[in-house]
Design a protein around this ligand. Structure first.
Ligand SMILES: C[S@@+](CC[C@H](N)C(=O)[O-])C[C@H]1O[C@@H](n2cnc3c(N)ncnc32)[C@H](O)[C@@H]1O
Length: 250
């Protein structure tokens, strides 16, 4: 009899787990729904940064970017260009860190640049004099400085191949001689990952793809490894990696 009871308990074990996971998922989804439909209205920051990603995580993504850049040697005197700066989710603490006038950011969406300007005002850092530019493509961008650090976080993944090439060309023509371009990408066999994001594709490409475009524009491309190696708090998937791109020596 005892034997039989043990056997039944053993059979029920996975069912118990399914029940718990199932309930947990339902509760989680209900919470997301409640947050996205209702609570989010009460958080202007979440509403703003929803334009560039998950509104629940914007602060983690903000903190990650500054920490990563400082670890890579960001200095207040750097001339910093952010490609795809969005709503300044990552840009605000960088602007605070940099010397006055040293931050330049552009995006191809007018509404996010509008929100970025509001974000500067809200954070009372207009005196830092960041330059925020809306342009429809990088080939229209002309800067009166030569950046020594160019940053593109979760941006190349949303570019079609031609935009990517134009961006590499711009970097090659504008990066300061000893400067660096740091850009996150999805690495792996080439594929477009499910659907689109605000009308942009979501791309996964092999490292060699970036190296080949780099070669074409006199840029040396290497991977610094998965983003998850640089964060204890955000569980990035292992395909998300950081590229370090420098001018090749001639
Ligand atoms: C996932 S969001 C990241 C925004 C910002 N880097 C951050 O981490 O908060 C991607 C941004 O890239 C911008 N973007 C997409 N294609 C672009 C392109 N070809 N050039 C510049 N920005 C682009 C989008 O408008 C969007 O604001």
């Amino acid at each position: 009899m005892k034997h039989l009871k043990n056997r039944i308990n053993l059979l029920l074990e996975p069912l118990k787990n399914i029940k718990i996971y199932f309930l947990r998922d339902i509760l989680k989804n209900l919470f997301y729904l409640f947050y996205n439909r209702f609570l989010i209205q009460f958080s202007p920051s979440s509403r703003r940064h929803k334009l560039v990603g998950n509104p629940l995580n914007w602060k983690l993504f903000r903190d990650f970017q500054l920490k990563f850049l400082i670890n890579q040697g960001l200095k207040p005197q750097d001339q910093f260009l952010e490609i795809g700066c969005g709503t300044l989710r990552g840009g605000i603490p960088v602007i605070k860190f940099l010397n006055e006038g040293n931050y330049f950011g552009y995006d191809v969406r007018k509404n996010v640049i509008k929100e970025a300007r509001k974000e500067v005002k809200k954070n009372k850092i207009k005196y830092k004099n960041p330059t925020l530019i809306y342009i429809s493509g990088v080939n229209k961008l002309s800067l009166n400085i030569r950046p020594n650090l160019i940053w593109a976080f979760l941006v190349l993944i949303h570019m079609e191949d031609q935009n990517l090439e134009d961006t590499f060309k711009f970097v090659s023509n504008n990066l300061e001689k000893d400067g660096v371009f740091l850009a996150s990408v999805n690495l792996g066999i080439r594929e477009k990952l499910g659907g689109n994001w605000y009308g942009f594709p979501v791309q996964k490409r092999p490292l060699n793809f970036y190296k080949e475009i780099g070669k074409k524009y006199n840029l040396k491309v290497k991977s610094l490894g998965p983003l998850k190696n640089f964060s204890e708090v955000i569980s990035f998937s292992s395909i998300k990696q950081m590229l370090e791109i420098r001018l090749s020596e001639k």
